[in-house]
Design a protein around this ligand. Structure first.
Ligand code: DC
Length: 228
């Protein structure tokens, strides 16, 4: 079997990142968080005074940011023009602006090229998470997953990550997630869809370990089939 590429798509807060990192770690694969790249692009626009709701303005600058992703699943990194932006890309400003920026075709073209380069270079195989990995970025992935979870569960997970689990924060987190889902699923270029051949896993009732084990089982099945 050729080197393993696992595509993990799904909505915000469905458990994509933890699952992808866990699976990559257990299988000795690299890990790419494409959402972090869209977030870094968005942070660049915000800090360079570009109106994120003006697609032409965003497109005009889409080639300028230098974005680098470190692909160790235990310590993934993201830098923008050489500076670590791991904290900034999770800010409320980026949460609010990343979906509109991600709808701009020039942004998607630029990051698609970057994503394919990184996947090409991952000789030991890679787990790639995002919205359009199994459908557009790497449709030939041997294993494709589509993760989902109830909105309430997703909001709880995200709020817990941010350390704000009071009722108001939960409500705000849920509203922000749902607003992004609507834009991510409705955009014209590479919308969030369940890719052909993707296995749908609803993570709501499962712990992280259960989902990782389930995915490892699927991978073993596919690899066995490919080798018969
Ligand atoms: O996975 P995340 O929540 O960090 O992603 C942030 C945003 O980036 C998401 O709302 C839409 C965009 N995105 C995308 O359009 N395509 C991808 N492959 C990954 C993320």
């Amino acid at each position: 079997m050729s080197r393993l590429v696992i595509a993990v798509d799904g909505t915000s807060g469905s458990g994509k990142s933890s699952t992808s990192r866990g699976v990559a770690d257990r299988l000795g694969l690299r890990y790419l968080d494409t959402g972090a790249q869209f977030r870094a692009m968005t942070w660049w626009m915000l800090t360079h005074g570009v109106d994120v709701h003006d697609p032409a303005a965003v497109a005009a600058h889409a080639d300028e940011p230098v974005i680098e992703s470190g692909t160790d699943p235990l310590a993934p990194t993201i830098t923008l023009d050489g500076a670590d932006v791991a904290t900034q890309i999770r800010s409320d400003e980026v949460n609010a602006a990343v979906s509109p920026v991600s709808t701009v075709p020039a942004v998607r073209r630029r990051l698609l090229a970057l994503q394919r380069q990184i996947i090409d270079a991952a000789e030991d195989g890679i787990v790639v998470e995002g919205r359009d990995i199994g459908s557009v970025v790497w449709p030939q992935a041997q294993v494709k997953l589509y993760l989902s979870a109830d909105a309430a569960a997703r909001a709880e997970r995200r709020a817990a990550e941010a350390g704000a689990t009071d009722e108001r924060s939960l409500k705000a987190t849920r509203a922000s997630l749902e607003a992004r889902d609507v834009i991510d699923s409705g955009r014209a270029t590479a919308p969030l869809v369940r890719a052909d051949g993707a296995v749908h896993v609803d993570t709501t009732p499962h712990t992280l370990d259960e989902v990782v084990d389930l995915v490892l089982g699927l991978v073993a099945e596919r690899v066995e089939k490919a080798e018969v």
